[in-house]
Design a protein. Sequence first.
Length: 91
Amino acid sequence: MAKSNNTRVTQTDSWAKITVVLLDRHVAYLDRIAVDIRLEHGFAISRAELIRSLIEAASQSGLVLSDAADVKQMIEMLRDVWSGSKSRRRK
């Protein structure tokens, strides 16, 4: 059997299966990213893996998202950090 060049990260954390309802434009965005990754890097990635990576990036950003008064403010905080602007971070 041929060995795959695809290397997957083995997760040691426990898992919980949840259902999330997304807007059609969010699904289209995830699908576009997945297609781009497949074309550029030659491996398939699921919507769930993309969502988990976005959550992990937010988690590791050090932002205090609970400081946000609403979803719009959370989006602004994340956008600022991911674009290099300053926002309040955990110490």
